[in-house]
Design a protein around this ligand. Structure first.
Ligand code: SF4
Ligand code: SF4
Length: 374
């Protein structure tokens, strides 16, 4: 599978290999202060069984079946690999006639979240515009594109349903170079009268929500826009259709070759180190590892204890490079490139910084401008 990706006007076709890792040895969930825990040590859990609920109502479920081990604030489920699963009695054949109250009820009772907030609160708000960004908002990351590609019809149906029931304008954003999704959607969009398709150039950071809002939807206040990505939309679809939480997520792994990436479908709670060792088969102990955006230069030293959540989107495993910052040569490149027009050289970054990392990326002196110790 090839996808064209454009970064700083440099167009590339990236070879993307898709892999599955759906039987991790175990999954883990961290317990936070105030969480209500619904399982005890040694309980047997089925996939989709409720494990805990946060103080804000976000619920976590088992994504593999097996026995529970409670230790040091971690709830571990040892996968017996039988895939024993709870089945909901609330599954529907079709979602098109579901009423607004039922959408809210299903999302609320499952406690599903997006960006660590309950989705139901977003749905209950007074948004005037729904934007589903099916692109990934970080460079060299392809999870949203691929989840959308795998579920085009289901996700279009869900956008249409939300637009109708919540009486809001709805846009779907796709990457111009993502031929598979663009062609698939164009082929059926006439069946979804309430879905507006917007195909834009996936030029980082134009694909980030704040900039998308400013650039293409100026007439709306940012606070009036309900942004969802493919995963959040899919959680809503699954809750409405099946009355169940989603147990699978995709992550992108890049090994430093700009022309090649892996998109791995795995389970929430799976150990990232285990996935890399088992499926990519590399020893990463002497590599530099970055999470989600390599340009921010925030290193990850704990791949062995990292678990798959919505916050883990991409892993960059690069050959070790000892980057030594030198003195600023006052070239101004960091100021020129900043997409929100702030001064990256300021001792304290302005709060409008979107942490895109572009200032770091262009700095010839290798200064980490996002770091507090710059
Ligand atoms: S200061 Fe740097 S990280 Fe922040 S928005 Fe500007 S370029 Fe991006
Ligand atoms: S890009 Fe780097 S060297 Fe150039 S002005 Fe900014 S901090 Fe200084």
């Amino acid at each position: 599978m090839k996808l064209t990706y454009k970064f700083n006007n440099d167009e590339k076709r990236i070879d993307i290999e898709r892999l599955d890792y759906l039987t991790p040895n175990s999954t883990e969930i961290y317990v936070r202060e105030g969480d209500t825990i619904y399982v005890k040590d040694n309980d047997y859990l089925y996939i989709n069984q409720l494990i805990k609920e946060s103080t804000s109502g976000i619920k976590s479920y088992a994504t593999v079946s097996g026995n529970v081990e409670l230790e040091n604030g971690i709830i571990k489920v040892n996968n017996d690999k039988s895939d024993s699963s709870f089945v909901s009695e609330e599954a529907l054949d079709d979602i098109k006639d579901v009423k607004k109250e039922e959408i809210i009820k299903r999302c609320e009772s499952l406690g599903i979240d997006y960006e660590n907030k309950l989705i139901v609160n977003k749905l209950k708000g007074n948004s005037r515009l729904l934007i589903v960004n099916a692109m990934d908002v970080e460079p060299y990351q392809f999870n949203n594109n691929y989840l959308f590609q795998d579920n085009v019809k289901e996700l279009l149906e869900t956008i249409e349903l939300l637009a109708k029931r919540f009486n809001i304008d709805a846009y779907l954003l796709l990457n111009k170079y993502d031929d598979n999704n663009v062609n698939a959607v164009k082929g059926v969009i006439n069946n979804y009268q309430d879905v507006n398709l917007k195909v834009i150039e996936d030029v980082f950071p134009y694909n980030t929500n704040q900039i998308v809002a400013k650039k293409f939807f100026k007439e709306y206040k940012y606070g009036d826009i309900l942004f969802l990505d493919s995963f959040a939309l899919y959680k809503i679809y699954f809750a409405i259709k099946n009355g169940l939480p989603v147990s699978e997520r995709y992550i992108t792994v890049n090994l430093g070759d700009p022309n090649k990436a892996y998109v791995i479908k795995t389970k929430y709670g799976a150990n990232v180190g285990e996935i890399i060792k088992e499926i990519i088969k590399i020893d990463y102990s002497d590599r530099d590892i970055y999470l989600n955006n390599f340009m921010r230069r925030v290193k990850c030293d704990n791949l062995d204890s990292l678990i798959v959540t919505d916050n883990i989107k991409s892993i960059f495993i690069f050959p070790k490079e000892n980057i030594v910052p030198s003195k600023c040569i006052k070239c101004g490149k960091c100021v020129d490139i900043c997409p929100v027009g702030i001064n990256p050289l300021a001792p304290k970054l302005d709060s409008s910084c979107i942490r895109c990392g572009l200032c770091n990326f262009v700095c010839p002196a290798n200064i980490n401008l996002i770091s507090k110790e710059k």
